[in-house]
Write a protein that binds this ligand. Structure first.
Ligand code: FAD
Length: 529
């Protein structure tokens, strides 16, 4: 009898995109083998390092991922970074070229590992944090284990959160939630300690666009209202007349915003508060030494914002009559915000600024060498909207949108794509969307691989990148040779780390779900040699 070589798929990244791609692909291709590479010793990407500790129910997707990992056709390869020249002192690194040689197809689902920058003066001052580092720190991401933010400086003005998405709401909620409640979650111990000394009691959440265009959901807004003893100040709409014309979900959110939370008056001991500001864009952060000084050197003391104007993105020559523009676009959900040449400005006293303006993906170090394109302006791997990686950058309007698969749009000619290269998740669509959207997106990619597999013609061509389908065993022999420091973490190993974390949580005695290891070496120490 002849044995048929199994189809071997490499997936780079173990977040929701990687796992849902694996799940869907394995479900439809019984004999296929999937190897998943993950640079950290622990799986799940932003489910572990992004999702807020008090959103335990969101993390239930881990159960599905565990099922995937239990399959004999699945191999987890943790503590191994894909990309030759990345700075990765503790774990192992394997070059992408080696992976391309030994798989039939490769899926990039490595997410977004950088922050967007504002690019304004003072951004490097102490006390100015990116949401990515702050969230990473409270969730125990090894990269930020030493962030050590001092949240205990006395109250000087408000704590500012710049950005208007659900991540901004997470940051606000974690800053205001009681330490007793946080102590029951999987928040990192160092964060619980710092937060219990925090003086960040009055928070401003500041968006560039208006209340109608805000990106956060009503659900996350409600979660702020539910914080006991926290006052959400009512936001007064500037143009309340067209209110009823709003689509119901936006109307509900706007109603909630304008109502505020009604707590009994308490003038002697004011409540911690949340205030919403809209149509403000940050211009600069400043440090002014004071006498006597209670603020460390190079620590932010104020932030200045410019008043933005709303405009219709489809209007090529918007009028410079800003007042009229603002009024007209106030209820246009698609309106964008722009700083006029001489904006009105406002300055807030502050000691803490959290920039929650988005994550950013970057190309793997070998992309340019291997001729794989990356769109640095949108921060995504150029793809056909379905998940196939394109051979060169194409302008977005040439691409079919993901909601209409290409074969339903016969008049759009598909650009060339790489045989055997796919992408899914945030590195495919950009850093936005909840896990459910990432899942749908990963399914689309997995189905494209299945479709191409049935045609059998579109995989890494022999010769060029030399597919031999030998997978991890061959990559290991080739790339990890002589690298004795590299402790590769298997799924069994991860389960040992997982158990140790849950046990540490139990020892805390507060009903703590788990106590994460926040350093790579401590994760690996559980495994011995
Ligand atoms: P990621 O989850 O980032 O996974 C990428 C993985 O690839 C990581 O594990 C990374 O370590 C690994 N990797 C990176 N580079 C390499 C490399 N070179 N080699 C090997 N591995 C590599 N969604 C919800 O539904 N509910 C929420 O409450 C929620 N809260 C969120 C809070 C925050 C702060 C953030 C940022 C996002 C939140 N989301 C939430 C969105 C959700 O996390 C994303 O939709 C989802 O995680 C994106 O999945 P991904 O797999 O594309 O990326």
């Amino acid at each position: 009898s002849t044995t048929v070589e199994p189809f071997r798929l490499a997936i780079i990244g173990s977040g929701p995109a990687g796992f849902y791609t694996a799940y869907r692909f394995m479900k439809n291709n019984e004999h296929a083998k999937v190897d998943m590479y993950e640079s950290l010793p622990v799986p799940y990407g932003l489910v572990r390092f992004g999702v807020a500790p008090d959103h335990a129910e969101v993390k239930n997707c881990r159960e599905k991922f565990e099922e995937v990992a239990a399959s004999p056709d699945f191999t987890f390869i943790g503590n191994v970074t894909v990309g030759a020249s990345s700075d990765h002192p503790d774990g192992a690194t394997v070059p992408l070229s080696s992976i391309l040689r030994h798989y039939h197809a490769v899926v990039f689902s490595y997410g977004s590992s950088e922050d967007r920058k504002l690019g304004i003066p003072g951004e490097e001052l102490k006390g100015v944090f990116s949401a990515r580092e702050f969230v990473g720190w409270y969730n125990g991401l090894p990269e930020y284990a030493d962030l050590n933010p001092d949240l205990s400086l006395g109250a000087h003005g408000d704590t500012l959160i710049i950005g208007n998405g659900n991540v901004a709401m997470d940051v606000a909620r974690i800053l205001l939630k009681s330490p007793e409640e946080l102590a029951r979650t999987d928040i990192a111990a160092h964060a619980l300690d710092a937060l219990s000394k925090s003086k960040t009691h009055n928070i401003r959440i500041i968006g560039r666009r208006g209340p109608i265009q805000a990106a956060f959901t009503t659900k996350e807004l409600r979660a702020l209202y539910k914080l006991p003893g926290v006052e959400v100040r009512p936001y007064e709409l500037e143009h309340p007349t067209a209110y009823d014309a709003l689509p119901p979900p936006i109307k509900r959110r706007t109603e909630l915003l304008s109502k505020g939370s009604s707590l009994p008056p308490n003038p002697s001991n004011p409540y911690p508060s949340v205030t919403f500001d809209f149509c403000l864009s940050p211009l600069e952060f400043d440090h002014k030494p004071e006498q006597p000084s209670s603020t460390p050197p190079n620590w932010v003391t104020s932030a200045t914002f410019g008043k933005t104007v709303l405009q219709n993105p489809n209007q090529h020559h918007p009028s410079t009559d800003y007042e009229t523009n603002n009024h007209r676009e106030y209820y246009n959900q698609k309106a964008t915000a722009r700083l006029p040449p001489q904006p009105k400005t406002v300055t807030f006293n502050t000691r803490y600024v959290f920039k929650s303006i988005g994550y950013k993906s970057t190309p793997l170090p070998e992309f340019s060498l291997l001729g794989i394109p990356f769109n640095t302006s949108t921060g995504v791997i150029p793809n056909d909207g379905i998940g196939r990686v394109l051979t060169k950058l194409h302008r977005p309007h040439q691409l079919p949108s993901s909601s209409h698969p290409a074969h339903h749009q016969p008049h759009i000619e598909l650009p060339h794509h790489f045989k055997g290269l796919y992408c899914s998740g945030w590195v495919k669509r950009g850093p936005q969307g909840v896990i459910a959207e990432t899942m749908m997106d990963a399914f689309t990619t997995a189905d494209a691989i299945t479709e191409d597999l049935t045609k059998r013609e579109k995989f890494l061509p022999e010769g060029e990148w030399g597919q031999d389908g030998k997978g991890w065993e061959a990559v290991k022999a080739e790339a990890l040779k002589g690298n004795s420091n590299a402790r590769v973490v298997s799924w069994e190993d991860w389960k040992a780390i997982d158990r140790a974390e849950i046990e540490r949580g139990q020892k805390a005695g507060t009903g703590k779900e788990r106590e994460k290891f926040v350093r790579r070496e401590d994760m690996l120490a559980v495994l011995g040699d």
